[in-house]
Design a protein around this ligand. Structure first.
Ligand code: FHN
Length: 605
C-alpha cells in the first residue's frame, strides 16, 4: 500500500504530469496546498455552520438512482434462457460479461426523462433537495464527461444534444430545489480501479470527473458511495484517500456539503452520517445524519418490484427522522425511458398532501429533535422555536390522555390540534404533562398537536473567547508546552498529516485545554467527544470522560449538571499516538441542540 500511496502522493503534488499518460487533458488534481503539520481540516461546525444550514432545515430530499442498469429494468435474460433479477447491481450480480453490458448500454435512450416533471414531483412531495446518481458502481457517467467514453453522451442511443444533469440543474434552480450528485468511488468498469498499483490512474480520472461535476453543475452536495472494503472488484479505498479527496473537494468549493462515505463512513468523515434503509432511534452523536430509503425494495428501477411502502409509513418515517434531527432521502428509480414510476409519484403526492394540510409541514421543515420531552410510544415530537409538534399516530380513546415525559422544566402555554378546532386539555401529571384532546384524530397518518411552550429565559450569550490551549510535542503531555494560546473551540480534525501547529509533528503530540464553561441554562448537559486517539474530560475537577486507551475515531459521552451563571472548570486532555488525529467537544441538553461548544461560553480561566 505504501507504494500506491507514494505514487498518488507524487501525483497530487506533481506540478506537471504528462496528462496523456492518464487520459484526456485535465488539470492535475490535488488539494490547494499539501497538507502537513499545522493543517486542521475542521473549517466549521456542521451543526451550526451557514454552509450546512439549508441541509439542517430542509429535512427531506429525493434520491434518484438512474444509470445504464436502468435500461435493463431489473431483468437480464441469461443465454440459457433463465432470467436474472437485480437493479443497479445487475451487471455484477447477474455476472453479465462487460462486452454484453456495454452492448446493452448502447440501446439506452431515456428520451422521456423530464427534468421539470421530476422536480415537480419532488416539490409536490415537499422535498427540498435532490440527489441523483452521476455515476454508480457500474462506472457509467450520466453526463458528457471528457474523462472517458463510458457515458450517456458517448455510449447510448440518447439524443447527443441533451444533458440530463444540466436539465435537472436548470429545473431544480428554477424551482428553488438544491441539487446534489451521488458518485460511486467503487468502479466496476475502469480497468485501473482494482489494482493498487494502477489505482492512482483511476483516482486521477475520478478527481477529474468530480471537478467536471463541480465546475459544470455547481452541486450543493456530493453523496459518495462505494467506499467500503470489498472484492469483485477489489476496493483499495482508504481513510487516507478520503482525507485527500475531501480536502480537494473543499478546495474546489468550500460550501459543498459532503456525506461520510467520502472516507470510510465514520463519524469523522464528511459532514454527515448516512444510515441506509433504517432510521436511528435517537439523534446521532457527533454528526448530522440523513437516512436514505427506497420506496419499494430496489434503488434502481425493477419492473417486477411492486412492494411499495404506503404513504402513511413514509410520512411517519419522515416525522421520525425529523424528531431525531435527521434528514430523509427517499429514492425513485426511473425506468429505461427515464420515467419515474407512477406508484412512486402517487406516494410522493400523498406525502405532499399530508405536509400541506393544516400546516402539518411545520412539524418537519425547519424542525428538529423535540429535546424537552422523551419520545412517546404514541408518536413523535419535533421542535421548532418554542413550539413542540406532537405527531400522534395512535390517537387516544375518548377522554384518555396522551402523556409526555419531560426531560427538563418547561411550561405549556397552549395546545391545539392542527386542522381542528377541538380543545386539548393540558395538565401537569407526574413526570410531565397529560394532553387530553376533546375530539377525534384529523387523519389516520398522524394528527399533530402544536404545543406552545415556555422553557424559561436563557442567560444572554457569554463573552468568552475560548479555552486556554497548551500543545505538547509528546503524547504524555509532559514538559513545557510548545505552544500556549486561546483556542476558540475544541473542534479539530488534524487527520493523518495535520497537527495543532507547524512546529508539532503529525504523530505523538498532546493537547490540554483548560478554563471554564458557562451554560446559558441550568440543565443536565450531554458532553460528547469525538476523538482519536485518547481523551479525558474533567468538569469541576471530576473526571467525567475517561477514554485513554488509544482508539480509532469514536464518540464518548458524559451527562453533567451545569448551572447558568456559573463558570464550571473544565479540563480536556488529548493525545495523538499515530495515524489519524481528531478532537471535538460538543454539548447538548433538552434546550440545547447538539453543537461544538461555542467560544462565547468558554473562558481561559
Ligand atoms: O451499493 C449501493 C446501492 O446500490 C445503493 O446505491 C445504496 C444507496 O445508498 N448504496 C450502496 C449500498 O450501501
Amino acid at each position: 500500500m505504501r507504494r500506491r500511496v507514494t505514487a498518488l502522493a507524487l501525483l497530487l503534488t506533481a506540478t506537471a504530469l504528462p496528462l496523456s499518460a492518464v487520459g484526456p487533458a485535465q488539470s492535475a488534481p490535488g488539494p490547494q496546498r499539501a497538507a502537513g503539520p499545522g493543517t486542521d481540516h475542521a473549517a466549521d461546525d456542521p451543526f451550526t455552520a451557514d454552509r450546512t444550514n439549508w441541509f439542517r432545515q430542509d429535512r427531506f430530499g429525493m434520491f434518484i438512482h438512474f444509470g445504464a442498469y436502468s435500461n435493463l429494468e431489473g431483468e437480464y435474460p441469461r443465454p440459457d434462457g433463465t432470467v436474472c433479477r437485480n437493479a443497479e447491481w445487475i451487471k455484477r450480480q447477474c455476472k453479465i460479461p462487460t462486452a454484453e453490458y456495454e452492448r446493452r448500454a448502447r440501446s439506452f435512450d431515456p428520451a422521456d426523462f423530464d427534468a421539470g416533471a421530476v422536480v415537480k414531483a419532488a416539490k409536490d412531495a415537499g422535498m427540498k433537495y435532490i440527489v441523483i446518481t452521476s455515476k454508480h458502481h457500474e462506472g457509467y457517467a450520466m453526463w458528457p464527461t471528457k474523462v472517458n467514453s463510458w457515458n450517456l453522451r458517448d455510449h447510448s442511443s440518447f439524443d447527443k444534444n441533451r444533458d440530463i444533469l444540466a436539465e435537472l440543474k436548470r429545473a431544480a434552480d428554477a424551482a428553488g430545489v438544491k441539487l446534489g450528485f451521488y458518485y460511486s468511488i467503487w468502479d466496476w468498469h475502469d480497468p485501473d480501479f482494482p489494482d493498487p498499483a494502477t489505482f492512482p490512474k483511476y483516482e486521477k480520472r475520478m478527481y477529474a470527473q468530480l471537478k467536471e461535476l463541480v465546475d459544470t453543475y455547481d452541486p450543493a452536495l456530493l453523496w459518495f458511495d462505494g467506499e467500503w472494503d470489498t472484492e469483485d472488484p477489489h476496493n483499495p479505498w482508504t481513510a487516507r484517500d478520503g482525507e485527500r479527496l475531501e480536502a480537494y473537494l473543499r478546495g474546489l468549493n468550500p460550501d459543498l456539503v459532503i456525506n461520510n462515505r467520502v472516507g470510510k463512513r465514520r463519524v469523522v468523515d464528511g459532514d454527515y452520517g448516512t444510515p441506509e434503509q433504517e432510521i436511528p432511534d435517537a439523534p446521532v452523536d457527533g454528526q448530522l445524519w440523513e437516512s436514505c430509503m427506497t420506496l419499494n425494495d430496489h434503488w434502481g428501477f425493477a419492473r417486477y418490484d411492486r412492494n411499495w411502502k404506503s404513504g402513511q409509513a413514509l410520512v411517519r418515517n419522515l416525522l421520525a427522522t425529523t424528531s431525531r434531527s435527521g434528514n430523509y432521502l427517499l429514492n425513485v428509480g426511473p425506468d429505461a425511458r427515464g420515467r419515474v414510476p407512477q406508484p412512486s409519484v402517487d406516494r410522493l403526492k400523498e406525502m405532499g398532501t399530508w405536509l400541506r394540510t393544516a400546516g402539518q409541514g411545520d412539524a418537519v421543515f425547519g424542525a428538529r429533535y423535540g429535546g424537552l420531552v422523551e419520545e412517546p410510544d404514541w408518536g413523535t415530537v419535533s421542535r421548532k422555536g418554542d413550539t413542540l409538534y406532537a405527531a400522534v399516530t395512535r390517537w387516544p380513546g375518548a377522554g384518555q390522555p396522551l402523556h409526555l415525559r419531560a426531560r427538563t422544566d418547561f411550561a405549556v402555554k397552549s395546545a391545539r390540534v392542527l386542522g381542528s378546532s377541538q380543545r386539548v386539555t393540558v395538565t401537569a401529571s407526574g413526570d410531565g404533562y397529560d394532553l387530553t384532546p376533546s375530539g377525534a384524530a384529523t387523519n389516520p397518518t398522524a394528527t399533530v398537536i402544536a404545543l406552545k411552550v415556555d422553557p424559561g429565559r436563557a442567560a444572554r450569550p457569554g463573552d468568552g473567547k475560548g479555552l486556554k490551549q497548551e500543545v505538547f510535542d509528546n503524547a504524555e503531555l509532559s514538559g513545557a508546552p510548545k505552544v500556549t494560546r486561546t483556542d476558540p473551540a475544541v473542534n479539530h480534525s488534524w487527520k493523518y498529516t495535520g497537527s495543532p501547529h507547524p512546529s508539532v509533528a503529525a504523530d505523538r503530540f498532546g493537547v490540554r485545554w483548560t478554563g471554564s464553561v458557562e451554560p446559558r441554562r441550568s440543565e443536565t448537559y450531554t458532553l460528547t467527544t469525538v476523538s482519536d486517539d485518547t481523551v479525558r474530560v474533567w468538569i469541576d475537577g471530576e473526571l467525567v470522560i475517561d477514554s485513554w486507551n488509544p482508539h480509532e475515531p469514536r464518540v464518548d459521552k458524559a451527562r453533567v449538571r451545569l448551572e447558568a451563571g456559573r463558570r464550571h472548570a473544565i479540563r480536556v486532555d488529548y493525545a495523538e499516538q499515530t495515524g489519524e488525529a481528531h478532537m471535538k467537544l460538543l454539548w447538548s441538553s433538552p434546550n440545547q441542540p447538539q453543537e461544538v461548544i461555542p467560544s462565547t461560553q468558554l473562558r481561559t480561566r
